[in-house]
Design a protein around this ligand. Structure first.
Ligand code: SF4
Ligand code: SF4
Length: 104
């Protein structure tokens, strides 16, 4: 996605593009940690889906099947709220690949 310069941005910094929640990949905010889904521990309570602020928990036919890293910010709420005896979501360290800037 092309970044707009300050000359192109609307006054007030409003995001005036309809459907921007789909095109803005909030997963690019993630740094350091990401959730890992462990299906064999999952009791399908859907708490993670309920609490995720970015709808990044993937559900198919009423069951959690994974995590959409394009939108996951790594906030850790899903892992925190997972009530399974053996956690079905754990936060793991993530290598960060800088895509722009950083002088590399
Ligand atoms: S870490 Fe946060 S954003 Fe990512 S799936 Fe869990 S609740 Fe959603
Ligand atoms: S909160 Fe944990 S046990 Fe419940 S559906 Fe999500 S991963 Fe599975």
């Amino acid at each position: 996605m092309k970044k707009e310069s300050w000359r192109e941005l609307p006054i007030g910094g409003l995001n005036v593009h309809p459907g921007n929640s789909v095109s803005n990949l909030t997963g690019t905010w993630r740094s350091g940690k990401r959730p890992e889904f462990i299906p064999e521990n999952c009791i399908q309570c859907l708490f993670c889906w309920l609490y995720c602020p970015h709808l990044a928990i993937q559900v198919k036919d009423g069951e959690v099947v994974g995590i959409n890293y394009d939108y996951c910010t790594g906030c850790g709420l899903c892992a925190e709220e997972c009530p399974a005896k053996k956690k079905a979501i754990v936060m793991v360290k993530e290598e960060i690949a800088l895509q722009e800037g950083g002088g590399q």
